[in-house]
Write a protein that binds this ligand. Structure first.
Ligand code: GDP
Ligand code: MG
Length: 162
C-alpha cells in the first residue's frame, strides 16, 4: 500500500497548483474560480524516489451549506483516508479565522500533519511566516507552488512525516 497524502485548506490557497506540481500532470483543475475541484482527486506522485498517492480537495470555506458542505465533506473524507495531511494556507491572505478552525480540527484528528504557507513569492518570509506558528502545527513550510519554489524541500518534509 502506498502512503496517502491529502492536500487540504481553504479554496484558492493553491492546493491544485501544488497537486499538479507534484503529480506533473495537467489533470487537476487549476483555476481562479474558488471551489472548482469539488470532489476528491487522486494522483500518483514521486517524492525523491518514493511513490505516494496525493489527494486534491475542493477546500473548506467555513460555510457548511450546499456546495460548500459537499466540498467540506469530501475534504474530511480525504483527511480520514490520509496517512499525512498537508494543510495549505495563503501567505497573501495571512492567517484567517477559517484557517484557525481547520488547524484546530487537524490537531484533534491526531494524524501526521504538515503546515504549508503558499504564495510566498514576492513576500518577505520573515514578515509573512511568524503568524502561522500560532496555529500550533509546528514550523510552516514556505512555498510558491506556482513557481515550484520550496516544493522539493516540502517533498522531503512530507517523507519525514510518513
Ligand atoms: P485551490 O483552490 O486551493 O486548488 O487553488 P488553485 O491551485 O486553483 O490556485 C488558486 C489561485 O492561486 C490560482 O490563480 C493560482 O494561479 C494561484 N497560485 C497558486 N500558487 C501560487 C503561488 O505560489 N503564488 C502565487 N502568486 N499564486 C499562486
Ligand atoms: Mg483546487
Amino acid at each position: 500500500m502506498l502512503p496517502v497524502i491529502a492536500l487540504v485548506g481553504r479554496p484558492n490557497v493553491g492546493k491544485s497548483t501544488l497537486f499538479n506540481q507534484l503529480t506533473r500532470s495537467r489533470d487537476a483543475l487549476v483555476a481562479d474560480m474558488p471551489g472548482l475541484t469539488r470532489d476528491r482527486k487522486y494522483g500518483h506522485a514521486e517524492l525523491h524516489g518514493h511513490r505516494v498517492i496525493l489527494i486534491d480537495t475542493g477546500g473548506i470555506t467555513g460555510e457548511e451549506e450546499g456546495i460548500d458542505w459537499e466540498m467540506a465533506k469530501q475534504s474530511r473524507l480525504a483527511m480520514q483516508e490520509a496517512d499525512l495531511v498537508v494543510f495549505l494556507c495563503d501567505a497573501r491572505d495571512g492567517l484567517t479565522p477559517v484557517d484557525e478552525e481547520l488547524a484546530q480540527e487537524l490537531r484533534q484528528l491526531n494524524k501526521a500533519c504538515l503546515l504549508v504557507v503558499n504564495k510566498i513569492d514576492g513576500l518577505n518570509p520573515d514578515i509573512a511566516l511568524p503568524e502561522f506558528f500560532a496555529v500550533g502545527l509546528g514550523e510552516p513550510a514556505a512555498i510558491a507552488a506556482a513557481h515550484g519554489r520550496g516544493v522539493s524541500l516540502l517533498g522531503e518534509a512530507m517523507l519525514a512525516r510518513l
